[in-house]
Design a protein around this ligand. Structure first.
Ligand code: BYC
Length: 331
């Protein structure tokens, strides 16, 4: 039995009648579309949920640099290398905006980093899969950034001001990332039969993990109902997954590639595609730490942090010297 998520009564959002006056006033502001800013009163659960989601998102951006970084030295042309380098640097930037947004909620960057490195905090399941060929870089841009955009465009309208504003720039950059991935896929699909086969193989390996990025099904998503009531999430996991499938299948057809799902079928009545059963056992194994690359990813992040210790110490020593100079000047 794979099910890890058991929804309980505690996961149900409270009705306005069940709330105390302060909480009700807060909920009414959210319902009226008013943004919540860091110094405003907020329920502890709202703060905690935001810290969890924003920091998991930030960690995903940082860990997400690893699978693509793996190909920077092996990009097929100078131009492709420059584009990939810029993309990977953008992911670092996204991590920074998001850590800053989380810090406005009263948690430090050091605490968040500690949670990632100790394995306490999650990051997106997708980054625990290996990048075996150059076509994987195309598939990541097309599918992974495509899924990320589908999830993040609505977050530009989420209720927490700093998160919603960070998302605006992130989304602009993600759409460039998606275009560059699709462009790699187009080149491969218009190339030799071997290149096209490489593109098909990448689609075969990345399709299902990309669908898993949207999280467990609505029936199993423990946080969705409350997060949607607070407008921390604007759509459910299944809604966004469906939109992603509907958008991506015609793109695969344009490339002349086959989506690796024998059950994929246009459903006229619902105006969208029906798709096959996701392997949720695999998803839960990956988020428990047992995916193909979880250990490698964490080891790389821990090493990067340890290798940067001398630099952080240098910065601190410099900051302390500056503070001492200011104190002396003021005395
Ligand atoms: N991977 O109740 P649920 C990117 C966890 S894109 C790992 O539905 P929620 C990038 C979930 O955390 C990727 N864990 O939760 C793209 C929860 O566990 P905890 C990042 C997952 O939060 C390209 C449990 O399962 N994007 O960065 O309502 C290049 C129950 O799930 C996953 C974001 O983070 C998963 N796929 O919904 C570079 C976007 N799915 O915390 C970088 C913002 C679920 O209780 N985040 N879990 O232990 C979200 O929109 C939501 O957090 C999710 C999950 C839709 C991901």
């Amino acid at each position: 039995m794979y099910a890890q998520m058991v929804k309980t009564e505690a996961d149900r959002p409270r009705t306005l009648e069940e709330m105390d006056p302060q909480e009700r006033a807060f909920q009414e502001r959210i319902d009226a579309g008013i943004k919540i800013e860091p110094k405003d009163w907020m329920p502890e659960g709202y703060r905690k949920t935001l810290i969890r989601q924003i920091s998991q998102h930030a960690h995903s951006e940082i860990v997400g640099q690893l699978p693509e970084g793996n190909w920077i030295t092996r990009a097929p042309t100078l131009e492709r290398k420059a584009i990939l380098l810029a993309k990977v640097q953008d992911e670092a930037g996204h991590g920074l905006y998001l850590y800053c947004a989380a810090e406005t909620l009263g948690v430090s960057r050091d605490q968040l980093t500690e949670q990632l490195l100790s394995g306490k905090a999650k990051y997106s399941s997708i980054f625990n899969y290996p990048t075996l060929t150059w076509a994987d870089i195309g598939a990541i841009g097309w599918l992974v950034d495509g899924a990320a955009i589908m999830n993040q465009v609505p977050l530009q309208r989420c209720s927490f001001g700093p998160y919603s504003r960070a998302m605006i720039r992130v989304c602009k950059e993600e759409s460039f990332h998606q275009r560059q991935g699709y462009d790699i896929m187009m080149k491969l699909c218009q190339g030799t039969p071997e290149q096209k086969a490489m593109a098909q193989d990448a689609l075969n390996r990345w399709w299902w993990p990309s669908l898993m990025m949207f999280g467990p099904s609505d029936a199993e998503s423990v946080h969705s109902a409350q997060s949607m009531a607070w407008k921390i999430k604007l759509n459910s996991n299944d809604e966004l997954r469906q939109k992603f499938v509907d958008q991506t299948v015609p793109q695969a057809e344009y490339l002349g590639l086959t989506v690796p799902d024998p059950d994929l079928k246009w459903n006229e009545d619902k105006g969208g595609y029906d798709y096959g059963e996701i392997d949720w056992a695999e998803f839960f194994e990956v988020i428990k730490g047992n995916g193909p690359c979880n250990r490698e990813r964490m080891a790389a992040r821990v090493k990067a942090h340890e290798d940067g210790a001398w630099f952080r110490e240098g910065l601190m020593a410099h900051a302390e010297k500056q503070a001492e100079r200011r104190r002396n000047a003021a005395a």
